[in-house]
Design a protein around this ligand. Structure first.
Ligand code: NAD
Length: 406
């Protein structure tokens, strides 16, 4: 497995080569403001005590309080969290929101814990970090395997410890408990707004054939949104299997099917495919929506999509980026494509602090122009420097952070 933080730094180096930001500024961005590792003891249901390793990385708060999700996964480790925190700092800058970059995590397979063990672990993460968290300091959110219910436990624990009743310390909370309308679908919906703005620029047809890797929060809502807009989703995969139907998959039925069987496998009128095969199908748009390092120098050459939109963070390694660039396959980078999630998280924080509740329409009416605007600026930056969209997005983000830092 490649080190995601090294990949992130290699992306930074490439940008520093085409635009001079000054070595002092770039050096500052090579290190997080702080990275914290904690141990969280949890009394398990059988009476034993198990120790879990947790993390919070506060990367950069030039633009505002640190902001970024918490990931629960058995492979989560500090380099992954550092990379995700770095990308968050840039993503907030690209989105034009007054937030800095952070990220957190726990090395755990949450599917192996009971609900009460999961609750104790989540509350334990907040107990260990309550000094550094806060609406004006550091505002976590959900990521892979963390849910609105977990965010609710965490907000509650923070309130118990500090007395802060705004609930603005954490976003992605359930509706009715300080959550925002539209937060669940925001990442995919934001990706769709970006795609619509870029479709012509990328020479994509009016109606696209789409393949999606990952069928969790980001991937399943993307499948629903793209297919409702008249595109044909022909292939989908999750961690266990993948399915393919060249005539299009009925997404609503697939969501129901997965809920009932906990699997995509055996879905009617579809052929079973592997994750590798999904990446190689001839399609218009490929949407990685699972994990880092999925498209690498080992398989980038086999990708036959006309364009790629990264809903996942870091799904393409720097080496694969070069191969795709040479093949003429444009990549819509994660820090733009999935920035709808953090933008609506920021809306949630804002609503909590103002004691307001906006309708879903208000939320998306605010989100759409922000993303269209960022997308157009990134196209300009890429053209000005005769480079790809990823470097264009980095340039926009670095310029905004540097301007504020000075
Ligand atoms: P999730 O836990 O809801 O879903 C992850 C999905 O990926 C699951 O369907 C899982 O089965 C699948 N998966 C795991 N390994 C896979 C593999 N090797 N091949 C194919 N599928 C695989 O997580 P999520 O919230 O949807 O996050 C997915 C990605 O999107 C992550 O990179 C995350 O950082 C990014 N992201 C999410 C949000 C958000 O709001 N949820 C916001 C920004 C970025």
């Amino acid at each position: 497995m490649q080190n995601p933080f090294q990949n992130a730094m290699s992306q930074l180096d490439k940008v520093a080569k085409i635009k001079n930001f000054g070595e002092e500024f770039i050096s500052r961005l090579r290190q997080p403001d702080r990275d914290i590792r904690i141990s969280i003891p949890v009394k398990m249901d059988d009476g034993s005590v198990k120790i879990f390793e947790g993390y919070r990385v506060e990367y950069n708060n030039t633009l505002g309080p640190y902001k970024g999700g918490i990931r629960y996964h058995q492979d989560t480790e500090i380099n992954e969290v550092k990379a995700l925190a770095f990308w968050m700092a840039l993503k907030c800058a690209v989105a034009g929101i007054p937030m800095g970059g952070g990220k957190g995590g726990i090395t755990v397979n949450p599917k192996e814990l009971s609900k009460s063990e999961l609750e104790k672990l989540s509350r334990g993460w907040v107990q260990k970090l309550s000094d550094i968290l806060g609406p004006k300091k550091d505002v976590p959110a959900p990521d892979v395997n963390t849910t609105p219910e977990i965010m609710d436990w965490m907000a509650d624990e923070f309130e118990k410890i500090t007395g802060d009743k705004t609930r603005a310390v954490i976003t992605g909370k359930p509706l009715g408990k300080g959550g925002s309308e539209g937060r669940g679908t925001a990442t995919a919906q934001g990706g769709f707004f970006v795609f619509e703005t870029l479709k012509k620029e990328l020479n994509l047809p009016e109606k696209c054939k789409v393949a999606i890797q990952g069928f969790g929060n980001a991937g399943s809502y993307a499948a629903l949104i793209w297919s409702k807009a008249g595109h044909t989703v022909v292939a989908i995969s999750d961690s266990k299997s993948g399915i393919y139907n060249p005539n299009g998959i009925n997404i609503e039925k697939l969501i129901e099917y997965k809920k009932n069987t906990n699997s995509l496998s055996g879905f009617p009128d579809s052929k079973e495919i592997t994750n590798e095969e999904l990446l190689e199908i001839e399609i218009d748009l490929l949407i990685p929506a699972a994990f880092e390092n999925q498209i690498t120098d080992a398989n980038a050459d086999k990708v036959r999509a006309k364009a790629i939109l990264e809903l996942a963070n870091g799904p393409i390694t720097p080496e694969a980026d070069e191969i795709l660039f040479k093949k003429g396959i444009p990549v819509v980078p994660d820090i733009l494509a999935n920035s709808g999630g953090v933008t609506v998280s920021y809306f949630e924080w804002d609503q909590n602090l103002k004691n307001e509740h906006w309708s879903e329409k208000e939320v998306f009416d605010k989100l759409q122009p922000m993303l269209e605007n960022s997308t157009k600026k990134i196209i300009e930056k890429a053209k000005e420097s005769n480079t790809d969209l990823r470097r264009g997005a980095f340039i926009l983000a670095l310029e905004r952070i540097k301007e504020k830092m000075l």
